[in-house]
Ligand binder design. Structure first.
Ligand code: SAM
Length: 250
């Protein structure tokens, strides 16, 4: 999985219409949920799957102290460069979320993992381990916020094509799509970036492969409760995908 995101780090922003707009918009959406749920006094956030920094950078720009880690060294290298370019300070490090507390060794007001990252964990014991580590990183009275794909609405099968978008950058057109192949609840995902420089008849295609666990949100909420979180809830219509929240009791 890390190799997938290492290789994708330089292209990842292309999946957004305008990455900077998404950074701002997502920070606004997450802040409104955080304030509603845990009050306006949240000052520290840990992002355990920050990738190239889409949520971490936007939240730090709003004045919150952000620590951000990810299993992909390539993603963290790009996130550091992007934060620096924007004059934003974030404490970045490489860490598997299954070792979040062992690595960060402190607690935060809110711990987040966005963009369907946690579903890279392919079985319940890894999901629970990650959620327990997230719980240990959460201060009493704080909480956790996950965003995930709504797999209950996704068709199962093989050779399923998921068109993403067409983007123009530096004179090149990128056509981006995924192909999914399910075996049980796990699917192999290949992400294709077809780069067309429009000056020749030869295209360059980057393909990256990884696996996902098409776990439903009810099951994730159950695992969150097993990890210790209370008042777990799924929120719809607040982010581009369902948001799962839970509290660590004060
Ligand atoms: C879809 S990307 C989202 C990245 C980030 N939220 C962003 O928008 O820039 C999923 C991220 O989860 C990370 N990831 C997957 N499994 C992980 C794990 N076990 N521990 C930490 N990070 C993980 C990947 O490296 C990748 O950066």
């Amino acid at each position: 999985m890390s190799e997938f995101y290492d290789r994708m780090a330089s292209l990842y922003h292309l999946i957004f219409q305008d990455w900077d707009d998404s950074i701002e918009r997502q920070a606004g959406q997450l802040t409104s949920i955080i304030e509603e749920r845990w009050g306006t006094g949240c000052r520290s956030i840990l992002d355990v799957s920050c990738g190239i920094g889409t949520q971490a950078i936007g939240l730090a720009k709003r004045g919150v102290a952000v620590s951000a880690s990810d299993a992909s060294e390539g993603a963290i290298a790009r996130a550091k460069a992007e934060a620096q370019r924007r004059g934003v300070e974030i404490d970045f490090s490489v860490c598997d979320m299954r070792e979040a507390y062992a690595h960060h060794r402190r607690q935060f007001d809110v711990v987040i993992s966005c963009d369907n990252s946690i579903t890279h964990l392919l079985n319940d014991s890894d999901l629970l381990l990650a959620l327990q580590q997230i719980y240990d990183c959460t201060r009493p009275g704080g909480g956790c916020l996950l965003t995930v794909r709504d797999y209950d609405r996704e068709e199962r099968g093989t050779g399923l094509i998921k068109p993403y978008c067409v983007r123009e950058e530096d004179g090149k057109r990128y056509v981006i799509f995924q192909v999914w192949d399910f075996v049980g609840q796990i699917y192999d995902m290949a992400m294709y970036f077809v780069a067309d420089d429009r000056s020749s008849e030869t295209l360059v295609t980057h393909v990256m492969r990884t696996k996902y666990n098409a776990v439903g949100t009810d099951h994730l909420l159950t695992l969150m409760r097993k990890a210790g979180f209370t008042k777990t809830e799924r929120l719809d219509g607040r982010f581009y995908q369902p948001v799962l929240v839970g509290n660590r009791e004060a």
